[in-house]
Design a protein around this ligand. Structure first.
Ligand SMILES: *Cc1c(COP(=O)(O)O)cnc(C)c1O
Length: 221
C-alpha cells in the first residue's frame, strides 16, 4: 500500500516541489518501505520519536522536524536534523542557534506562520514576524540559516478559504524574499500543503509539501 500510495503522490508533484513524507506515529518498517521506493525526506513531529528512528534507520535519510518544538527538546535533534519547519519564536531560533554552534553545525530552519483561522495552530502572525526580522538580532546568529516559511491552512472543506490562506503566505514569502532576505539565495522554501490540501498549496507556489496520511494511512495515536 505505502509503495503504491507514494508512487501516486510522487507522480502528482510538479518538478521542483519536494516531498516530505510525514511518518510520525508510524513504525520504522513503514519508513523502510518508502525508503525502498527512493524516498529520503521524512517528517516527524516529536523530538524523541524522530531521534529513535534516526538511530536505527539509514544515515542518508533527511530528517525534517515539523511539529511544535519545545526549547528543552532542541538538544536531541540538533546534531542531525536537516530542516526545522516550525520556528515560532525568536527565543526558539536563538536556542537552536546556541546548540547548533556548540555541535559545530549550521541548522536550516523555516519560520512558521499562523495562517489558519483556528486557535490551536502555532506560529508567528505576519506582524510578529515582521517585527522580529526588523530587529537585526537574527542576522548575527551563525548557527542557523533561515531558508523560508511554513504554514498550515485551516482544516476545512472550504477550498476558497484554503486558497486564500496559502496565497497570503505566498505573498508574505515574496515580501520577505524581496525585502530583508534580498540577495540571499538560500531563502527559497515555502513549505505548505498536507494530504487534504496539497493541490491548492502547489497552485499557490509551495516548494515543499508535507504528506502523511495519503502515503502511510491513518495514524493511530
Ligand atoms: C501531521 C502533519 C502533517 C501531515 O498531515 P497529513 O494530513 O497526514 O498529510 C503535515 N504538516 C504538519 C505540520 C503535521 O503536523
Amino acid at each position: 500500500m505505502i509503495t503504491e500510495n507514494l508512487k501516486q503522490v510522487l507522480a502528482d508533484l510538479p518538478q521542483g516541489v519536494k516531498l516530505v513524507a510525514v511518518s510520525k506515529f508510524h513504525p520504522k518498517e513503514a519508513i523502510e518501505e518508502a525508503y525502498a521506493v527512493g524516498q529520503r525526506i521524512f517528517g516527524e513531529s516529536k523530538a524523541q520519536e524522530m531521534t529513535a528512528k534516526h538511530e536505527v534507520l539509514p544515515a542518508d535519510i533527511e530528517w525534517h522536524f515539523i511539529g511544535h518544538l519545545q526549547a528543552n527538546k532542541v538538544k536531541y535533534i540538533v546534531p542531525y536534523v536537516s530542516l526545522i519547519h516550525s520556528i515560532d519564536s525568536y527565543r526558539l531560533l536563538s536556542e537552536v542557534d546556541r546548540l547548533a554552534a556548540k555541535a559545530g553545525r549550521v541548522v536550516d530552519c523555516l519560520l512558521q506562520l499562523h495562517i489558519a483561522r483556528e486557535e490551536t495552530k502555532f506560529g508567528f502572525s505576519f506582524d510578529e514576524c515582521r517585527q522580529m526580522l526588523k530587529q537585526d538580532d537574527w542576522r548575527g546568529l551563525s548557527g542557523v540559516r533561515i531558508c523560508g516559511l511554513m504554514g498550515m491552512a485551516t482544516n476545512t472543506n472550504d477550498k476558497a478559504q484554503v486558497r486564500q490562506e496559502f496565497a497570503s503566505l505566498a505573498d508574505f514569502f515574496h515580501e520577505l524574499k524581496d525585502g530583508c532576505f534580498a540577495g540571499q539565495e538560500t531563502f527559497k522554501e515555502l513549505s505548505m500543503g498536507m494530504t487534504h490540501d496539497y493541490h491548492e498549496a502547489i497552485e499557490a507556489g509551495s516548494t515543499m509539501v508535507r504528506i502523511g496520511t495519503r502515503i502511510f494511512g491513518e495514524r493511530v495515536y
